[in-house]
Ligand binder design. Structure first.
Ligand SMILES: Nc1ncnc2c1ncn2[C@@H]1O[C@H](COP(=O)(O)OP(=O)(O)OP(=O)(O)O)[C@@H](O)[C@H]1O
Length: 584
């Protein structure tokens, strides 16, 4: 997305960016609108002729012709309306889809910290809800405002042409009417703003609860969720009712207003007719034109309201776009291929800079070696893994990967060269193939099948109804924890990174699956650098070096064999007591 858009996200910017590429369709919209205005103005004139000729006893032929013309033009007007709807919907969807795409790609670039601070429901409301309010803005608002303005001016001019007294009276009515309509509309606006806020809160809540369904059920928290749900509904109801009542009041005041307009038109024309100044056809014409004013006046009111809603939507989208990633992409050298050496120099980091989670951490891991990290819950192990992937940036010190400072290399390069397997495997509602390759079409089916057999998933694969085309349930539904882990290994094998980080699965696996995983880990780590956040003694045997973290500091760091043989080392003691007891 252009930086221009990020900084000045105005109505004009929006129109230029999203409507300019569709200028031909927009021209069609204008032409159709003008055509429709002309038809609406001309048709009553035909009817007036028809009435006057009929009253004067004209022959049938011209009457039939006028009638047919009236019906023909009315039908043509309807046809124009249908075509216009088609074109304007097309314009609106093309523009808003582009805007949605821009917003989604912007959000994907934002820091993890940004996403952690917001519920997914809130972002959905921004990306879909607010963008929806802009659909009308793109397709109709301005064109309709201008078009309806033109139609009103056309009607008034024709009324002036009929009789200047009528022109003046109805012009005054139109002006006063528009003023009243707009004022009355404002009464309902604050109620609708409140409703939108409540909507966002409700969908935020719903999104969060749905994402955590499994945990909520497992922990018996459904009662709490339902009570929060009822509370939200209870506070939603009166707000919605007030907004609806306010809207109804606005609507009925509009009806009343048009009733007054019609009465005014009829009284003046009947008065003029009684003075023999106008014909019955003209009486009908004046009445018809006055009636014709109601639709554009009402539409101007609606369009102004929707412009205001679009304004609020634009404001919220602007705020979203103003959130900028703090983790900036590097431009520097590519990482070497094969196993990657890792060097960490004096690293300090805290999610909140005043509260460091990792402090003065240093280590050197040669290419191809495996580092086992041990530490109590909350000591900072996962944080270290996140820093290596640059999901957060460090505050002090330096991290070098393959001799290249982490912040200098491109983020895509980094994520291509580092593979991570966590306990929490994220699977998508997509085919097995797409889940394993992350939609990378360069990886062919033979490669996937080979890796699946290497990790011991051939049996599982054979049970799939449509092989790699089988769609997985969202969030790995229908898969065991072990199978999900093995799929995560398969993914990493296929992306072939130089550094593997494993946040080891510590529980829930049966011995057979555990064996499969052990084998997969062995293959995965051969000829690659590895970091294992270890929870079991078995995995620690695989490590060449050991780092024990306590309260964010390196308590002990060295070669595993040496530490294991040194009775004074903490690692030695851990081996005696058992990791599970000490680290749990
Ligand atoms: N996104 C976050 N924002 C703020 N603080 C966080 C965040 N993630 C973790 N922390 C805090 O940082 C500290 C280290 O957490 P971390 O997840 O790195 O620990 P860990 O050693 O991996 O623990 P575990 O073994 O339980 O996974 C903890 O005090 C935790 O509360």
């Amino acid at each position: 997305m252009s930086t221009r858009l990020k900084h000045s996200f105005t109505y004009r910017e929006l129109l230029t960016r999203y409507l300019q590429p569709q200028w031909q369709r927009v021209c069609w919209m204008v032409l159709l609108l003008l055509g429709s205005i002309v038809l609406q103005l001309v048709n009553p004139q035909i009817l007036r002729q028809f009435i006057d000729n009929a009253l004067q006893g004209a022959s049938t032929a011209p009457l039939v012709l006028a009638g047919a013309l009236f019906i023909g033009l009315s039908l043509l007007n309807q046809l124009l309306a249908v075509v216009n709807t088609y074109v304007s919907e097309n314009v609106a969807w093309t523009a808003t889809n582009q805007l949605r795409t821009d917003l989604v790609s912007h959000c994907l670039q934002l820091d993890l910290a940004f996403h952690k601070a917001r519920t997914s429901g809130e972002l959905i409301e921004r990306i879909d809800g607010d963008v929806n309010t802009l659909a009308n803005f793109f397709s109709q608002a301005i064109i309709k405002l201008l078009g309806n303005g033109l139609l009103i001016i056309g009607v008034l001019l024709l009324l002036f042409k009929e009789r200047w007294q009528v022109g003046i009276a109805i012009s005054l009515f139109a002006l006063a009417g528009l003023f009243i309509l707009i004022r009355v509309r404002q009464v309902a606006v604050p109620f609708w703003v409140k409703t939108r806020e409540k909507d966002a809160e409700f969908f935020g809540f719903l999104g969060e609860q749905l994402a955590g369904t499994e945990d909520l059920r497992a922990n018996g928290a459904t009662g709490y969720v339902m009570s929060r749900f009822y509370q939200l509904l209870r506070s939603w109801l009166p707000i919605n009712m007030r907004a609806s009542v306010a809207s109804y009041a606005t609507w009925s005041s509009t009806l009343l207003l048009f009733g007054v307009g019609n009465a005014l038109a009829l009284s003046i024309s009947i008065y003029l007719w009684s003075k023999h100044e106008i014909s019955p056809g003209s009486v009908y014409l004046i009445f018809y034109y006055t009636n014709l004013l109601s639709a554009p006046m009402e539409q101007i009111r609606t369009q102004l309201q929707q412009l205001q809603e679009a304004g609020a939507g634009i404001e919220r989208i602007r705020q979203l776009l103003q959130a900028q990633p703090t983790i900036l992409d590097g431009t520097g050298p590519a990482l070497p291929s094969g196993a990657l050496a890792l060097e960490i120099k004096d690293l300090t980091f805290g999610y909140n800079p005043d509260e460091p989670v990792l402090q003065q951490l240093s280590l050197q891991l040669a290419a191809g070696r495996v580092l086992g990290i041990l530490g109590r819950t909350g000591s900072g192990k996962t944080t270290l893994a996140r820093l290596l992937l640059r999901l957060y940036d460090i505050q002090q010190g330096e991290i070098l990967l393959g001799g290249v400072p982490l912040h200098q290399t491109r983020l895509s390069e980094l994520r291509h060269h580092i593979g991570m397997v966590t306990q929490d495997v994220q699977l998508f509602h997509a085919t097995v193939r797409d889940n394993l390759t992350y939609f990378n079409r360069a990886i062919n089916d033979e490669q996937i099948l080979k890796v699946l057999s290497e990790v011991g998933l051939t049996g599982w694969y054979n049970s799939l109804p449509t092989g790699l085309d089988t769609i997985l349930g969202s969030d790995g539904e229908g898969l065991s924890a072990g199978e999900a882990q093995l799929l995560a290994f398969t993914r990493v094998f296929l992306s072939n990174p130089g550094l593997i980080i494993m946040d080891e699965a510590s529980s829930r696996l049966d011995p057979a699956t555990e064996q499969l995983i052990e084998r997969a880990v062995d293959t995965l780590l051969s000829e690659r650098t590895g970091i294992i956040i270890a929870h079991r003694l078995g995995t620690i045997q695989r490590a060449d070096d050991i780092l024990i973290i306590e309260n964010g500091r390196a308590l002990e760091y060295g070669a595993r064999a040496q530490l294991a043989n040194n009775p004074h080392s903490r690692f030695y003691q851990l081996l005696q007591t058992g990791l599970e007891e000490v680290l749990a």
